[in-house]
Write a protein that binds this ligand. Structure first.
Ligand SMILES: Nc1ncnc2c1ncn2[C@@H]1O[C@H](COP(=O)(O)OP(=O)(O)OP(=O)(O)O)[C@@H](O)[C@H]1O
Ligand SMILES: [Mg+2]
Length: 253
């Protein structure tokens, strides 16, 4: 099993889009995938048409110890895809859990018994755009970090801080942790800027940068409003093509 956090404290860089659609592409490739929504914005849950106002169990209740992961994970939302949903309640967790014992490892502790019983091939944790307690919990619960980077100016802004936090969690709480993939997103091959930024990203991260680049594709932005993954919404779009290719690459890496 590979457990991965999709992380970048910069907002709107494609974390959720990557977690959802790479997850869906891996499920299509016959892997069993659990998606954990660790963002109070709950965009990942919305991608699957989850009624976030109606759910009684969520990442929040699980972190609070009010329900188990098994109780809160929704029944298979798509073939081989499972979702632990979130809602706005999770925004309270940053503050409420500050005084909890082992506050950085709550997610790991609640997921462990569930993962021990369920044979998932991938667990993806979608993080909020911050380096707060929710993101620290994600880093403690996984072994890999995937960093989506938008191929725009300032793509690398904040990277030093992000890598420092990963290193801190590795040293103190989770020796197995590493940044294993950088995913360049929203790439427009027609612009010089896109190519320049991609070059800069490759210089900074070297081999960690995935060969597969996620191009800008409007169907990727449309799919969530229909409660669909890109593979369902526009199966032959460039978006679907890119995520299927990325899934193959991730399976090889
Ligand atoms: N390759 C793409 N082409 C076109 N639009 C995209 C692409 N990737 C993501 N988007 C759109 O860009 C916006 C931001 O993407 P996304 O929500 O995945 O980013 P995020 O990093 O999860 O954001 P946040 O930090 O708010 O959680 C969304 O509206 C999404 O649909
Ligand atoms: Mg998001």
């Amino acid at each position: 099993m590979r457990a991965v956090a999709f992380m970048n404290q910069k907002g709107g860089v494609g974390k959720t889009t990557c977690a959802v659609n790479l997850g869906a592409a891996l499920a299509e490739a016959r892997r069993r995938v659990l998606l954990v929504d660790m963002d109070p914005q709950a965009n990942l849950s919305v991608h699957f048409n989850v009624d976030i106002h109606a759910i009684e169990r969520s990442t929040y209740t699980v972190l609070r110890g009010e329900s188990t992961a098994r109780e809160a994970v929704l029944p298979e939302v798509r073939e081989r895809l499972w979702v632990l949903p979130a809602n706005i309640d999770l925004s309270g967790a940053e503050i409420e859990l500050v005084s909890a014992v082992g506050r950085e490892s709550l997610l790991r502790d609640v997921l462990q018994p569930f993962l021990a019983e369920e044979p998932f091939d991938f667990v993806f944790v979608d993080c909020p755009p911050s380096l707060g307690l929710l993101s620290l919990n994600a880093l403690t619960a996984v072994e890999e970090v995937f960093i989506p980077l938008q191929t725009e100016y300032f793509a690398l802004q904040g990277m030093t801080r992000l890598l420092e936090v990963v290193e801190l969690i590795r040293a103190r709480l989770n020796p197995a942790l590493s940044v294993s993939a950088i995913i360049a997103t929203m790439f427009d091959p027609r612009t010089n800027l896109g190519r320049e930024v991609l070059e800069e990203i490759r210089k900074y991260f070297g081999k960690k940068v995935c060969r597969t680049i996620i191009r800008t594709n409007v169907t990727l932005a449309e799919a969530p409003s229909h409660g669909k993954t890109i593979l369902e919404y526009a199966p032959s779009s460039r978006g679907s093509e890119d995520f299927r290719k990325l899934a193959k690459e991730i399976l090889r890496r």
